[in-house]
Design a binder for this molecule. Structure first.
Ligand code: LLP
Length: 422
């Protein structure tokens, strides 16, 4: 913890100003030790399957693989990332699982060709896989009819959600599975992202009922992801022990019923990768608009879209260039460089601009947006022709570039001016 609120000088023992000098801004920095700590928190589960959509840099996947963490993939691109990071296509438990609600043509071809395990989120996926790969074991992602997330946009259960197989259609799907010569080896439920233990706990009962319905072919159950992570100083860490005990009890009941072991998986994205990540930006303008003071930095929603999408709160700090240990605080609005009014890091859901109490700062000083590892870089874009930021991983006291900043040539690669006007 910093000595004074919102002053930060180091990440994992490395001087932030030196990193920014050497690598430029905006810059994502990840602390490997934090990811390892979060992995260790979940070690009671039989398998941790990282939802790489949260942060899929190859170096992060490699770290997870070395720590014995399995991986989830939601696209052909994510399957290829997992393979490139050294995951093998099959094994028991399957190192890579493709979880989605559709197959695009590329994904279907890849899972069939490479023998990747599929967690089907729609009857059409079962049909399409059955046509090309009869004889396979599949798992089913069930929508239990309820869901919850930190925002309505991250709620993945209930009638308003496109995710999973509707619970009442399970029977039809089992018949379909039989007809196609497939078999169901496991069930999975993920009701939303950034939810709370109260809602997550309700999933155990729903999953148990569905598993009893499927019967003895079940050898694995997945609790999905959704574990919350503390973004605000007042957010309480989740009671993982209690959460594990709930799921373990469900698993034990199923084991008793089936007379064989049932593997218990968890599928976190945010929990493993949010807290490790810092987005370093430079303050380039400070201006007043009536009563509001704006710090305008060189990172925008092209780098971190969570505030504009969900009104998400991220902790922020200033890196004083003069090494000051404390500065007077002032209420400021923090915005980015993009030509769009919504490019504001301090906003609540619905786009209402709010202020943050931050140390007074000058042009050229750095502003760090924290807890930015999950759904940060991966949701970045080239809006306003801004390059995707560079990414660094700090491990063992060393900061390594794990993705170079895009160049202008990278941005326009593939674009063509038609020669029709010669
Ligand atoms: N499993 C499935 C099937 C999922 O759909 C997701 C997230 C996860 C696991 C991981 O959830 P987590 O443990 O990270 O909560 N962009 C949003 C989050 C979208 C989550 C999508 N699915 C955000 O920035 O909050």
């Amino acid at each position: 913890m910093p000595e004074f609120p919102s002053i930060l000088t180091e990440i994992a023992g490395i001087n932030i100003a030196e990193l920014a000098n050497r690598h430029g801004t905006p810059l994502f920095v990840y602390d490997a030790a934090m990811i390892r700590r979060r992995i260790a928190d979940l070690k009671e589960f039989d398998a941790i399957r990282y939802a790489q959509k949260a942060l899929s840099n190859l170096a992060i996947l490699d770290l997870c693989r070395r720590e014995g963490v399995l991986v989830d993939a939601v696209s052909a691109g994510e399957i290829r990332r997992a393979l490139t990071a050294g995951y093998s296509p099959h094994g028991n438990p399957p190192p890579i699982v493709y979880t989605a609600d559709i197959f695009d043509r590329e994904a279907l071809e890849l899972v069939v060709e490479r023998g990747i395990h599929v967690n089907c989120g729609s009857p059409d996926m079962i049909e399409q896989l059955g046509e090309h790969a009869a004889g396979r074991d599949i798992t089913l992602r069930i929508n239990p009819g309820f869901g919850h997330g930190h925002s309505q946009k991250t709620n993945t259960g209930g009638e308003q959600s496109k995710h999973g197989i509707w619970h009442a259609e399970l029977d039809d799907c089992l018949q379909q599975v039989d007809r196609l010569g497939l078999s169901v080896s496991g069930l999975h439920m993920h009701i939303g992202s950034g939810t709370d233990l109260e809602h997550l706990a309700q999933v155990c009962g729903a999953l148990e009922a569905a598993a009893l319905h499927v019967g003895r072919s079940i050898t694995s159950i997945s609790a999905g992801g959704g574990l919350p992570t503390p973004y605000r100083a007042t957010d309480q860490p989740v009671d993982l022990g209690a959460y594990y005990r709930l799921w373990d009890a469900t698993r034990q009941k199923l084991q008793m019923e089936f007379g064989h072991p049932v593997r218990l998986e968890i599928e976190p994205g945010r929990y493993l990768s949010a807290e490790c990540g810092y987005l370093i930006s430079e303050i380039r303008a400070i201006k007043r608009m009536g009563n509001n003071t704006f710090y305008l930095v060189d990172a925008g929603f092209n780098n971190l879209a969570r505030p504009i999408l969900y009104g998400a709160y991220h902790p922020m700090s200033i890196v004083p260039a003069d090494g000051a240990k404390q500065r007077p605080l002032m209420d400021v609005v923090v915005g980015g460089p993009l030509c769009e009014s919504g490019d504001i890091f301090t906003q609540t859901e619905g786009g209402f601009v709010c202020t943050r109490s931050l140390p007074q700062a000058k042009i050229g000083e750095l502003l760090v947006i924290e807890c930015a590892g999950a759904y940060g870089f991966v949701m970045g874009s080239n809006y306003n022709s801004k390059p995707l930021a560079a990414e660094l991983l700090i491990d063992g006291g060393e900061a390594m570039v794990v993705r170079e900043r895009q160049t202008f040539d990278d941005i326009i690669r593939g674009e063509v001016i038609p020669r029709t006007h010669v």
